[in-house]
Design a protein around this ligand. Structure first.
Ligand code: NAD
Ligand code: UGA
Length: 464
């Protein structure tokens, strides 16, 4: 089966970069990425390729190469579905905010809408691919909708979860540790569909790195991978607190532990807490699934990863207040970094949002600088929490375009995203312009403590 036309529903952090890379590597396949968000599609089509809606190192060059050739962005979802042999569903699957499973389960309403739209529009057989992260057994629900509301055409449902991380999306897509494809491998038609997708990835990925499994294993592997990764961060963060009271240094502990080849060195960077759109939502989803099968111990085990992460964010902010003589009311605090990690403009679930909110509740005045996050986004993140009115947020929080300006006359600086540029700042100048004592709280262990203390800072790093 040779695929000529692909449609991807959802032009977000996954749909956009993933399709751009497939388009680059498979110039003979036409790919249309569709979205109901007109603004987002307009940005993807911006003649100035630097204005595409997602910042990822290397992405704009790939979009520039493929866009208009075999990569298209459109709001005409019906047309793209109609023309496609293969449809990727890459829409958001956030945590439910209402009804049964509120605050835990994945909200599958966007997925279901896609399925119903495909069923309504499709006039020939299609391969439908779950690219979004989904609860195990979602493919069964998809198939049910497609088969029962469709026009009699045949569907093959595949699970092809995405493992890219933001900030390194292009590299992760070009050179993935593995690609995972789950399908109905018991049947001939199912195997054909799986092979069609394998062929696409095999254009640039060695076959031995393309794993095929049954659908349920594939769906569950994605949740498992995120749970394991987040668990490592919570594990090292738990140790960071123990380091602080015992005189151990969490980086030294991480290095010593990571040298064990069974443990490995990656994902042991202690921090103010993990953020991002997925770790929390996917673990909550896993916990919900375990509870719904009455597996309380399994659910409690994974829930602890989230509990530890919330604790880490809260204790970082609480430590700031405590260190600054138990009050930050009316004090200016500069926050350097708002994105949930470096090299992305994504702020979803960023620890900075929660630290800022905590400090605002203590009546601090906040000034924020982030090299890639807009002022509008920062206010929208704070407003979303609903802790105070939009006006109150705008009164207490200022957003500036320069890190030195952010720190002027500040009582304290909190470094919350590990942007490389923060290492190179003129910290002497920053110190000179701050009120004294000048407090510096490093939530990313980015800065060298000795040098900062030598300048005169009251320096605090997580896990030290
Ligand atoms: P996103 O919010 O950036 O993008 C999703 C897009 O889907 C939005 O632009 C939205 O308008 C669009 N959409 C929703 N319903 C639609 C519909 N019915 N028709 C057309 N468009 C529709 O989300 P994302 O970060 O790209 O994540 C998508 C999925 O991929 C999620 O399930 C997520 O868990 C998973 N995932 C994300 C990442 C990541 O790094 N962000 C990595 C791996 C997997
Ligand atoms: C994560 C996974 O790494 C991807 O494999 C997965 O595809 C993706 O989630 C997803 O499903 O959305 P992402 O959230 O983009 O990717 O970024 P990570 O690099 O995993 O970082 C997540 C958070 O953990 C960040 O806030 C980061 O600063 C923090 N982190 C990460 C640490 O605090 N310490 C570490 O050692 C590593």
């Amino acid at each position: 089966m040779k695929i000529k036309n692909i449609c991807c529903i959802g032009a977000g952090y996954v749909g956009g970069p993933t399709m751009a890379v497939i388009a680059q590597k498979c110039p003979n396949i036409n790919i249309t990425v569709v979205d109901i968000n007109e603004k987002r599609i307009k940005q993807w089509n911006d003649p100035d390729v630097e204005k595409i809606p997602i910042y990822e190192p290397g992405l704009s060059a790939i979009v520039k190469e493929a866009r208009g050739r075999n990569l298209f962005f459109s709001t005409d979802v019906d047309k793209a579905i109609d023309e496609a042999d293969m449809i990727f569903i890459s829409v958001n699957t956030p945590t439910k905010t209402y009804g049964i499973g509120k605050g835990m389960a994945a909200d599958l309403k966007y997925i279901e809408l896609c399925a119903r739209q495909i069923a309504r529009v499709a006039k020939n057989d299609k391969i439908v691919i779950e690219k979004s992260t989904l609860p195990v057994r979602t493919a069964a629900a998809l198939k049910n909708i497609l088969d029962n509301t469709g026009n009699g055409v045949k569907y093959q449902i595949l699970s092809n979860p995405e493992f890219l991380a933001e900030g390194t999306a292009v590299q992760d897509l070009l050179n993935p540790d593995r690609v995972l494809i789950g399908g109905d491998i018991e049947t001939e038609k199912g195997r054909e569909a799986v092979n069609a997708l394998v062929d696409i990835y095999a254009s640039w990925i060695p076959k031995e790195n393309i794993l095929t499994t049954n659908v349920w294993s594939s769906e569950l592997s994605k949740l498992t991978a995120n749970a394991f990764l987040a668990q490592r961060v919570s594990s090292i963060n738990a140790m960071s607190q123990l380091c602080e009271v015992t005189g151990a240094d969490v980086d030294e502990v991480a290095r010593a532990v990571g040298k064990d080849s069974r443990i490995g060195p990656k994902f042991l960077q202690s921090s103010v807490g993990f953020g991002g759109s997925c770790f929390q939502k996917d673990i909550l989803n896993l916990v919900y699934i375990a509870r719904s099968f009455n597996l309380q111990e399994v659910a409690d085990y994974w829930e602890q990863v989230i509990i530890m992460n919330d604790h880490q964010k809260r204790r970082f902010a609480a430590n700031m207040v405590q260190t600054m003589y138990n009050t930050v009311a009316g004090k200016k605090i500069a926050i350097l970094g708002w994105a949930f990690k470096k090299d992305t403009n994504d702020t979803r679930e960023s620890a900075a949002i929660y630290v800022a909110d905590y400090l605002l509740n203590e009546q601090a005045e906040i000034v924020v600088y982030d090299p890639k996050v807009t002022e509008e986004q920062i206010y929208s993140d704070l407003d979303y929490l609903g802790s105070r009115s939009g006006d109150a947020n705008r009164q207490a929080v200022t957003v500036v375009n320069d890190s030195i300006e952010a720190c002027e006359e500040a009582h304290a600086v909190a470094l919350l995203t590990e942007w490389d540029e923060f290492k190179e700042l003129d910290w002497q100048k920053i110190y000179d312009q701050m009120l004294k004592p000048a407090f510096l709280f490093d939530g990313r262990r980015l800065l060298e403590p000795k040098a900062k203390k030598k300048i005169g800072f009251e320096f605090y790093a997580i896990g030290n």
